[in-house]
Design a protein around this ligand. Structure first.
Ligand code: NAI
Length: 353
């Protein structure tokens, strides 16, 4: 494997391979950029079939974190870690402590947190070996804890901004939102949308996840294979990446796509197809930054109220992107990438005094 020649390699500052024989840890940490601050991004545990697959994922994800953190105005660069293993069977406290030692060896250039396959409990074991970890438990009123409700709040506010821009509506009353994925983020998002008077169409591959939102928020169930073709005012992808591709975009029946899932566009050029179809796309890493905003406030020490205030900055950033895209006849994802790249070259806005 030649890392420097991989398609996902984008001038990353550092790629660290870690192995710990006693615990069986096999992990890769990638630091994309520390220009704006220590590289921050979660630790994913996934049963990658090959080391190349793991490296490709960590390179792509760490670059995404640089863009997300820059766009959210956080004093963090972009990084990510992957542990090769099955999160259902391969976890031990010692494995995460060994991962903590690996993180600690970077002396603060990388700050870790939970991601797919890892939890606050795992991060508590990481914290035995390093202070460069966030996403731990918290006391009432303090920043931190489960990031999913915070991500949902940002997505909810982002949907309102997108609806205002595309449909000229100041509220969601009576509008229909199709939600793909009723997990950690999707569930909380459905609650907020229902409280705001929206009608919900919800799909999940887990029947009990759909039943829960149908019972609690009067959502209408939709088959998981059909949700992308549902007629609605907004489609909110909150499950998987790469759901917006040439095939699916041709079948969409919505004027707005705004959801939490990371990497929604299969390819950057899919943004062109959305624009050509008259669909407003809220760039994923801008609208879904609520979770990392919470993690950042927790790391530097802050309150829950500050987290909520910071998240209320998301709709303004989206509106700026929507306006600029319209003015310059470009796609929203191109405009977002450009703004993020510009920010990566300059000083961060101060999160801490
Ligand atoms: P989750 O794993 O709790 O929920 C995802 C849900 O999607 C699950 O209920 C799953 O059954 C469902 N699902 C999977 N495949 C599906 C399909 N084909 N059709 C319909 N439903 C399907 O994950 P979570 O935390 O809610 O995250 C959702 C998305 O948002 C992910 O893409 C994640 O990377 C992204 N995200 C999450 C953040 C967080 O704070 N949790 C922060 C930023 C992004």
């Amino acid at each position: 494997m030649e890392v420097f020649d991989m398609r996902e390699f984008d001038g990353h500052e550092l790629v660290l391979f870690g192995h710990d024989a006693p615990t069986g840890l096999r992990a890769v940490i990638a630091i994309h950029s520390t220009v704006l601050g220590p590289a921050a991004g979660g630790c994913r545990m996934w049963p990658y079939q090959t080391a190349t697959e793991a490296v490709s994922d960590v390179l792509r994800l760490s670059r995404g974190m640089s863009y997300k953190n820059a766009m959210a105005g956080l004093p963090f660069g972009g990084g990510k870690a992957v542990i090769i293993g099955d999160s259902r069977t391969g976890k031990t406290p010692e494995l995460f402590a060994a991962f903590g030692r690996m993180v600690d060896s970077l002396r603060g250039r990388y700050v870790t947190a939970e991601d797919v396959g890892t939890t606050t409990v795992d991060m508590a074991h990481v914290a035995r070996a390093t202070k460069y970890v966030s996403g731990l438990g918290r006391s009432p009123g303090e920043a931190g804890g489960d990031p999913a409700p915070k991500t949902a709040l940002g997505v909810f506010l982002g949907i309102k901004a997108a609806v205002k821009f595309r449909l000229g509506r100041n509220d969601l009353t009576g509008l229909t939102v199709a939600v793909q994925g009723a997990g950690g983020v999707g569930y909380h998002l459905c609650g907020m949308l229902a409280a705001a008077g929206a009608r919900l169409k919800v799909a999940d591959v887990l029947p009990r996840a759909v039943e829960r939102v149908c019972d609690e928020f009067r959502a209408a169930p939709v088959a998981a294979v059909r949700v992308l073709e549902e007629e609605a005012d907004v489609l909110a992808p909150c499950a998987l990446g790469a759901v917006l591709n040439t095939r699916s975009i041709a079948r969409l029946r919505v004027p707005v796509v705004a959801g939490a899932a990371n990497n929604q566009l299969a390819h950057g050029q899919d943004g062109q197809a959305l624009r050509a179809a008259g669909i407003l796309y809220a760039p994923d890493y801008v609208i879904n930054a609520g979770g990392i905003i919470s993690v950042a406030r927790e790391y530097y020490g802050g309150t829950e109220a500050q987290v909520v205030e910071d998240i209320h900055g998301i709709p303004a950033r989206l509106s700026e992107i929507f306006e600029r895209a319209r003015r310059e006849s470009r796609t929203t994802n191109e405009v977002a990438d450009q703004i993020a790249r510009e920010r990566l070259k300059r000083e961060p806005e101060r999160l801490v005094a």
